[in-house]
Ligand binder design. Structure first.
Ligand code: GLN
Length: 483
């Protein structure tokens, strides 16, 4: 029996019954990590994980995370463990503190196992822009696993670990979850402390995770949610028991489908599956409401995201100057050293984002670009909140396709790209909890659908997701368990 093929809940039972030990799990994870074909690792915490596993000898019956190894996106700070956000600018940087999410998982005695790849500084969606090159899809290495949380998706779908931490600014957990057949979750903005997450766009950033079941996702949220004095944007809203309503009937639940987003998807397999899935929900007693959003407003989602995220990224990454940490190149003057370091440390793609960010923040452009984007964000958020006032969730395909090839060329001015490929940023604009779960395969590649609920309605969200997971049969998918 290979216990790493199981979900957290199932591994926990095996641990409690002493069928397997944390040390055996870690050793098996190391073996699998060394066979990885996806290029998913920045740093395997071999020594650290073994050391910790050895101290875990008495299983804790009521603590599901006890002895469970997990992977960490490398833009999350880990004390004494190299953390470079897949960027040369942070070469050899070793943080002196843990992110709060890491400390909370350590308190549960989950075992940090590895730092995994991302699109450089989490700015990207292909999993191809990190300093180690492409991270590929375990179902097909010629294809993307998506990004920016590429390594996290790859190692969870390869069953190297049962869960991995990621971050989501636009869709960086929920899109790769679709491409990799996983449950990918981001909570309400502020539900999980961001202390120790390298900031990309703080007004949109959320920590979250990849799992192979809805139950596991709710279990992790139980462990990591809550106010943190190190992050004043973390919420004081009461923390629920997110697993307690999972099996509640969804009779009477209202599910909204935004017509204009669904309509831009051309793949007939995805459309067919979506209709079948709506039928599952109806049979369970839910009501489906087709709602409308202005198509022109939807077409502004991506440009609005781009201006806001580039502007915030420019100012939030100003500390990466080589003076305090990371890459440092000598220069004749202080400025000369900064210029050399930043020119060499960031890839062209990142520099392009900084140029756009600086341009939109310049005094003479601010009204026309940055402030206009902010106003438009509010308009979009108002529309979404209106929909969620009358509905429990918004339900849509997470992506218009399965995992694309790396050389895939898309027309970025087409509605399918502007709307269906980028709409999930809505949940970041409005700070809403959002979850992707697997629903099927096309040509041996998985794909998923996405659910977004109102702020702090995580419990409801997990309940509605679990109802579908129970019926669809797409539970605990990985390349090792695939039927
Ligand atoms: N793909 C988006 C981008 O390129 C989102 C990234 C993210 O969510 N971190 O910025």
């Amino acid at each position: 029996m290979n216990y790493l093929d199981l979900t957290i809940k199932e591994i926990h039972e095996a641990l409690v019954n002493k069928k397997v030990t944390p040390l055996e799990l870690v050793n098996e994870a190391i073996k699998r990590a060394k066979e990885d074909k996806c290029n998913a690792f920045e740093y395997i915490m071999e020594k650290e994980a073994i050391e910790m596993a050895k101290t875990l000898t008495e299983p804790e019956k009521d603590n599901l995370l006890w002895g469970i190894p997990f992977a960490i996106k490398d833009n999350i700070s880990t004390k004494d463990v190299p953390t470079c956000a897949s960027s040369d600018i942070l070469k050899d940087y070793v943080p002196i503190y843990n992110a709060t999410i890491i400390d909370k998982l350590l308190a549960k005695k989950a075992i940090p196992f590895a730092k995994v790849t991302l699109d450089e500084l989490a700015m990207g969606g292909t999993g191809a822009t990190g300093h180690l090159g492409k991270t590929t899809n375990p179902y097909n290495n010629e294809r993307m696993v998506g990004g920016s949380s590429c390594g996290s998706a790859a190692v969870t779908a390869s069953a190297i670990v049962p869960f991995a931490l990621g971050s989501d600014t636009g869709d960086s957990i929920r899109k790769p979850a679709s491409y990799a057949g996983l449950v990918g979750f981001k909570p309400t903005w502020g539900r999980i402390s961001r202390y120790g997450l390298f900031p990309f766009t703080p007004s949109l950033d959320s920590l979250g995770f990849f799992t192979r079941s809805v139950y596991d996702s709710a279990t992790i949220l139980n462990a990591v949610a809550g106010y943190d004095m190190h992050d004043f944007t973390s919420s004081k809203e009461k923390v629920d028991d997110y697993t307690s309503d999972l099996d509640k009937s969804i009779k009477g639940v209202k599910i909204a489908v935004i017509k204009e987003i669904l309509d831009t998807i051309s793949d007939t397999n995805i459309q067919k599956k979506f209709q079948e899935t709506l039928k599952i929900y109806q049979d369970l007693g839910a009501t489906i409401n087709y709602v409308s959003m202005d198509r022109h407003l939807l077409k502004t989602l991506f440009p609005t995201y781009y201006i806001i995220s580039c502007a915030e990224a420019t100012s939030n990454n100003a500390n990466l100057d080589g003076v305090k940490f990371g890459l440092n190149l000598e220069g004749d003057t202080f400025n000369d050293s900064l210029i050399k370091t930043r020119s060499k440390g960031f890839s062209e793609r990142i520099k392009r984002r900084f140029v756009i960010g600086s341009y939109s923040l310049m005094a003479e452009n601010q009204n026309e670009l940055y402030l206009r984007a902010i106003k438009n964000r509010h308009k979009i958020v108002d529309e979404i909140n209106k929909i969620l006032k009358d509905n429990d969730v918004i339900f849509l395909p997470a992506s218009p396709s399965t995992a694309p090839k790396f050389d895939n060329k898309v027309d970025q001015l087409e509605d399918e790209y502007l709307i269906a490929d980028n709409y999930m940023v809505i949940a970041n604009f409005a700070g809403l909890p959002s979850l992707t779960l697997p629903v099927g395969f096309i040509d041996n590649l998985p794909f998923g659908f996405n659910l977004t609920a109102g702020a702090f309605k995580e419990k409801k969200l997990f309940n509605i997701a679990k109802a579908l997971e129970d019926k669809s049969g797409f539970y605990n998918l990985s390349i090792r368990t695939k039927k």
